[in-house]
Design a protein around this ligand. Structure first.
Ligand SMILES: Nc1ncnc2c1ncn2[C@@H]1O[C@H](COP(=O)(O)OP(=O)(O)O)[C@@H](O)[C@H]1O
Ligand SMILES: [Mg+2]
Length: 569
């Protein structure tokens, strides 16, 4: 009845000519009884796809990736040349066991629980430095997925020095509390002097191919030439990727945030939490590239009565906003780039040559640049070849052009066939990225590059069509992933620009190689044509000039020599 409807309901009902909305069923008080905190573990158990644990196939790869990332980060931080073992064992039709063992510094007993059994717990989130992990959810999420799908605890073995006993811990996660649940803890024998071994059983699928663990490890070996990696796939022999170099990547410094990269909310939180007693001191202490002069400029540029002596914790929101504007407007030099370690052109080439058979290789490392106040650096490499096809080659000794089988092994999964799009190898802080290629800035940078000008075919809005592998690495103190599963790089303008510049450097050299190849091919075709007729000319000359058979053969040989010696390249 009209009298029972509110004006608003009546209005809507009239407008839509529909029934009025149903009466309220619950009160705010009743609802309040259902409102409670959500633990981060519960959140990520329900949303495990956000962390890369959606399909059984992907989950196994994600777990291996998280463990390998951690092992490499830990070895490098401890100054140890990494030697890793990755083993996948099939437990039954649906369950697999992942084992990752390293020769790193180990984890102290008291920390093992939190590291492997608590989400959002780690050493890398709060610092700005180049590392593979950053969120503190990697390995604990893998353990949680294992527990969820098999009910089995995670096994960890760790030893921190030859003088200490190795410890073995079986543990799970209490997801409601986001806390570790230690099932057992005891000292065992272990032949390693120091290191960590983690075993997780999980529902999984194992297969070979483009996004397989095999491919991921191969790419890890390319981007980490200082790593020796042993891999045992289910039911297979151990394979080993030997290290290319015996030095660790240069140690990178941790940096403070750059003022231009700080958002207003973060600035307010920093002001609230600082121990500094003056605004000038705060700016100099908490940020990089701010000295007394820059601090003075920033503060005088801000309205709202701020002075160098203003007490940071008492700065109100309005004043903070004005300070933020002034920071953005101030001239501040770019952040230091000593915090980034590129792989370097030489090692990229070495890595590509070792793992990918191709005819031509090129690499380029760009100088560091900055997005949102975070230093980053792009490097690119190309391996180009003709899989399965016949190539042309200049024979070194005789200078003759000859046909030869291409070096490229067609069974190699990394290089596609000649009419396939180029294959991409994407890396962030030396970690291969396997999924979400089309959402990634690297993919966009490649599509946005004009490969036709380097002699390749490229359909509009697509990757170039060529038997080639394009390698792109972004190194940064904070890699802007599009999600927590760390699969694709966000498309900041600065990052896209640098990707294109790196590709252009490689592309130009590739273009020269391809053009040279085309010239050789044209000349080869013409020569083959003429070569076919030379014996006939010999016979014709013999006929006209009454030559002996020997003279005829000598003439044919001379003509063939002239043809080959006159080649232009
Ligand atoms: N194999 C390992 N050796 C030594 N320390 C490790 C190892 N794995 C993990 N850690 C420590 O545990 C922390 C948590 O790891 P993780 O959950 O993957 O988060 P993140 O790598 O993002 O920091 C790391 O920051 C590191 O300090
Ligand atoms: Mg990690």
């Amino acid at each position: 009845m009209a009298s029972e409807k509110t004006l608003f309901e009546e209005d809507i009902a009239n407008q839509k000519n529909e029934k009025p909305a149903p009466k309220r069923r619950r009160t705010a008080d009743e609802m309040a009884t259902k409102q409670r905190e959500i633990s981060v573990s519960e959140f990520f158990t329900k949303n495990r796809h956000l962390l890369g644990f959606d399909s059984p196939l992907k989950s196994l790869l994600t777990a291996v990736k998280e463990a390998v990332d951690n092992s490499l980060d830990a070895c490098e931080e401890a100054g140890i040349l990494p030697e890793l073992l990755v083993e996948i064992q099939q437990v039954n039709e649906k369950h697999y066991r992942m084992i990752v063992e390293d020769n790193g510094p180990g984890v102290v007993k008291e920390q093992i629980g939190k590291i492997f059994g608590k989400l959002l717990y780690g050493s890398k989130f709060h610092k700005l430095s180049q590392s593979r992990g950053q969120q503190g959810i990697g390995i604990s999420a893998a353990g949680m997925y294992g527990q969820l799908t098999t009910g089995k605890p995670v096994r960890i073995v760790s030893r921190t020095s030859a003088r200490k006993k190795p410890i073995e811990i079986f543990m799970g996660i209490d997801t409601a509390k986001n806390k570790p649940e230690i099932h057992s803890e005891e000292n065992i024998e272990w032949d390693k002097k120091h290191g960590t071994r983690i075993e997780i059983e999980m529902e999984a699928k194992h297969q070979k191919g483009v996004r397989s663990i095999d491919m991921y490890l191969k790419q890890t070996a390319i981007a980490n030439p200082h790593l020796t990696l042993h891999y045992i796939a289910p039911g297979e022999e151990k394979i080993t990727y030997e290290r290319n170099v015996r030095v660790l990547p240069p140690e990178t410094e941790e940096i403070k945030p750059h003022p231009h990269g700080v958002e207003l909310g973060r600035l307010i939180a920093m002001l609230k939490n600082t121990n500094c007693r003056s605004l000038s001191g705060f700016l100099q202490e908490e940020f990089c590239r701010v000295g007394p002069k820059v601090a003075k400029n920033i503060i005088s540029g801000a309205a709202a009565g701020l002075t160098e002596k203003s007490y940071p914790t008492r700065i109100a929101r309005g004043a903070a906003s004005s300070l933020h504007d002034s920071i953005q407007a101030a001239k501040i030099s770019s952040p230091p780039t000593t915090c980034i370690a590129p792989i370097g052109e030489e090692l990229i080439l070495k890595g590509l040559k070792k793992e990918i058979e191709a005819d031509f290789y090129v690499a380029a490392t760009r100088p560091a640049s900055v997005y949102r106040g975070n230093p980053f650096l792009i490097e690119a490499g190309i391996a180009y070849g003709k899989p399965g096809g016949v190539g042309l080659e200049v024979e070194e000794e005789s200078g003759r052009i000859k046909k030869r089988k291409s070096k490229v092994d067609v069974t190699q999964d990394l290089v596609g066939a000649g009419d396939d799009p180029a294959r991409l190898l994407r890396f962030a802080n030396r970690v291969p990225l396997q999924y979400q290629q089309s959402a990634c800035a690297i993919n966009k940078g490649i599509i946005g590059t004009n490969w036709k000008s380097y002699g390749l075919t490229q359909p509009r809005g697509s990757l170039p069509i060529a038997p080639m592998v394009i390698f792109v690495h972004i190194a940064s103190v904070w890699v802007p992933f599009t999600s927590e599963s760390k699969e694709a790089i966000a498309s900041y303008d600065e990052i896209l620009k640098e990707i294109k510049l790196a590709l252009r450097e490689c592309g130009r050299k590739l273009g020269i190689h391809i053009r040279k190849g085309k010239r050789i091919k044209r000349e080869f075709d013409k020569r083959s044509h003429i070569e076919k007729y030379i014996p006939h000319i010999g016979v014709a000359l013999q006929d006209i000039l009454d030559l002996t058979n020997d003279d005829r053969d000598n003439t044919v040989e001379t003509l063939e020599d002239v043809l080959h010696k006159s080649r232009k390249f």
